[in-house]
Design a protein. Structure first.
Length: 655
């Protein structure tokens, strides 16, 4: 019999979960009862009151921030710090308030509930044959495990259940011994928006399913040994370890093995994986096209009618034990709202509210711009004196920017430029940089109900248009330029970017040309993905990219170099080739109509609000099924944290 409630664990069997936990970012600023401070000195006084709980080990946030700005990667390595999934994972961790450890759970007021949840998880693992107990081979080491806790709510915001998940501490695995492959593709955020844009245009039905205990459906190919779970060490078998037979959350290869398994399953029922995004699948049944997006164990299904949706659900449920979520309401902390007209929108109201609460900004004064026009930021604003550095160490800057980054790449392109500026100073932020971060939050406070709307143009031909711009030499520290672009499908925004260029440009023409090269790469990806999603579209139709710089347009037409541009690397001249091939075509655009301008500089209010509206960022009507949406959103905000062990725990072990 397992000693299910034995809190005494022998030294040989003791998991890291029962040892003192390494410090991780845990920000409790919202508990400060005083009103929001009106000066930085007052703010420091309040922060010092919470110094014991303000510990900063944010290397993952910093590195995730860099990746989020690139917004390019769709490969997930379960315990890899630089993964798209970890951007989301880190951002959502900020607003969690469930127990972080076994000790916290059993010493909380909800001890009985958490014990029941752990018992239910343990029973499920046993019934699934997840491991067998045996002696540890002399040449092997056993990894630990960790309990992860989550509160789930119903549509009325009431507690529905308490859930516990056992995850392996895969950061202690040895490559070549315990595992080989780790990568696991997931659907890109860009691809999810493209599917919703298509669904809005074609009035597709979009539903969602959740694969229950997904990783347990796959067998692992390497021998992995794990210590018995804390609180569940079997009496009389304390010296034995678990030899894993099934995948477990937290294993290095867990995501890889699960993806191999579900990929084969989807192909067995007729789905074809898209080469441009391995998290997207297509299928044609009775002449009807089905789209499927896979993000670990979350599935989005898009189909022309309910019969097609139900048929696909039936097939999928025969493969795995799934929870039918019905009409899609949320994914990855984003609310999905469907209008009576059959179009969709994406928002993060719940996420933003939690973010503001966490950083004590819920009662701040809202403002109408995320960044002050003509305001410049530089390294000169960073602290240089020991006292200044010590003061800024109290400020949760990295965590705030990491949280804002997720909103900026998911549903709020209107804050993308401001967040990209703030993210430059993660290593050594100054008071001015912190003021910028708070300004962005104050802007979100006043626009938290805004989101990305898909109008659903009646043209079903998936017409793509792009806008590209640059701001020459705007970084006063490096004099590098900023590139920005936005791409629309049927007038609905699906991808965008704001990023510093990698080299210094010697002219506005060169800066615009380098930005155009970046946008051309994105255009090629969109075009090829759309053709995979719908082979009937006209693949020979070029994507129109709007450009407002005559010198840049002229440069794409010239076949000979002259003194002012001959230094531009050959790799950037592939733009000419793509124009010649018919992949893209350039169209002259007036500067006042350049939508991408919002991604390259801080604009005055009239221009900003005009371009924000053209991006499709508007107030979302959440009245329809609002209670259900909020419940689903609250669950989504915490869901990703259960898919992997605490990231900051692994960092502490690896550092």
């Amino acid at each position: 019999m397992a000693n299910h409630h034995d809190e005494t664990v022998s030294d040989n069997d003791q998991n890291d979960d029962s040892k003192p936990e390494p410090k991780r970012p845990h920000y409790e600023i919202q508990e400060i009862s005083e009103p929001a401070p009106k000066s930085f000195d007052n703010e420091l006084m309040l922060l010092r009151k919470r110094k014991a709980s303000l510990t900063f080990d944010d290397s993952t946030v910093r590195k995730s921030a860099r990746l989020a700005l690139n917004n390019e990667c769709n490969i997930v390595e379960p315990n890899h710090r630089n993964s798209t999934q970890n951007i989301i994972h880190e951002a959502l961790l900020v607003i969690e308030d469930d127990p972080q450890t076994f000790s916290e759970a059993i010493n909380s007021d909800l001890e009985n509930e958490w014990r029941k949840a752990m018992q239910a998880e343990y029973n499920a693992l046993m019934s699934n044959g997840t491991w067998e107990l045996m002696e540890l081979p002399p040449d092997r080491k056993a990894i630990g495990s960790k309990w992860v806790f989550k509160t789930k709510y119903n549509e009325r915001g009431e507690v529905e259940k308490y859930k516990a998940r056992l995850v392996a501490q895969g950061f202690k695995q040895v490559k070549g011994v315990d595992y080989e492959e780790t990568f696991s593709p997931v659907a890109k955020l860009n691809s999810i928006r493209i599917i919703l844009a298509i669904a809005s245009a074609e009035k597709l039905h979009v539903h969602q399913l959740d694969v229950l205990t997904a990783y347990l459906n796959s067998e692992i190919t390497h021998e992995v040994y794990m210590k018995q779970p804390t609180g569940f060490v079997e009496s009389g078998k304390e010296n034995l370890v678990c030899k894993l037979k099934r995948g477990l959350y937290g294993l290095k290869q867990g995501g890889y093995e699960w993806n191999i398994t579900i990929d084969a399953s989807l192909k067995s029922i007729g789905y074809v994986k898209c080469e441009k995004d391995w998290g997207i699948y297509t299928k044609v049944t009775n002449g009807k096209r089905i789209l499927l997006a896979l993000y670990v164990d979350d599935i989005l299904l898009a189909a022309p009618d309910n019969n097609s949706i139900e048929n696909e659900k039936h097939l999928l449920k025969q493969l795995y034990n799934m929870k039918d979520m019905g009409e899609a309401k949320w994914i990855l902390g984003m609310e999905i709202t469907k209008t009576p007209e059959g179009t969709y929108s994406l928002s993060q109201v719940n996420y933003i509210e939690k973010l503001l609460q966490k950083f004590n900004m819920s009662e701040a004064n809202s403002i109408t711009l995320p960044m002050e026009p003509n305001k410049q930021y530089s390294k000169d604003m960073c602290p240089h004196q020991p006292q200044e550095i010590e003061q800024m160490a109290l400020v949760p800057y990295r965590s705030a920017i990491g949280s804002l980054l997720y909103a900026s790449v998911a549903t709020r392109p209107d804050i993308t430029f401001a967040v990209s500026i703030a993210s430059k100073y993660l290593n050594n932020p100054g008071q001015e940089h912190w003021s910028l971060a708070k300004r962005i939050m104050r802007y979100l406070l006043g626009t938290k109900n805004h989101g990305l709307t898909f109008q659903g143009s009646p043209d079903h031909n998936s017409i793509v248009q792009g806008y590209v711009d640059s701001d020459w030499g705007s970084d006063i520290d490096t004099r590098r330029s900023v590139s920005g672009y936005a791409f629309f499908i049927n007038n609905d925004l699906v991808t965008w970017k704001s990023a510093s260029q990698h080299t210094v440009s010697t002219s506005t023409t060169e800066a615009e040309y380098l930005a155009l090269g970046l946008a051309t790469q994105e255009a090629m990806w969109i075009k090829e993905l759309l053709f995979e999603l719908n082979p009937s579209i006209n693949q020979n139709r070029p994507i129109t990219i709007h450009e407002d710089n005559n010198g840049c347009i002229d440069l794409t037409k010239k076949t000979t170099q002259h003194g002012k541009t001959k230094h531009i690397a050959i790799k950037h001249h592939f733009v000419r080739e793509q124009i010649k091939n018919g992949t893209i075509k350039l169209q002259r655009c007036n500067t006042e109509n350049m939508i991408a301008d919002i991604f390259t500089k801080a604009l005055a209010k009239p221009s900003f609000e005009k371009l924000r509206e053209q991006l499709g960022v508007t107030k979302i009507d959440l009245n329809r099924s609002q209670g259900e949406n909020k419940s689903q959103a609250r669950e989504a905000v915490k869901n990703v944290a259960l898919q992997q062990p605490r990231v900051n725990q692994e960092i502490s072990e690896n550092s």
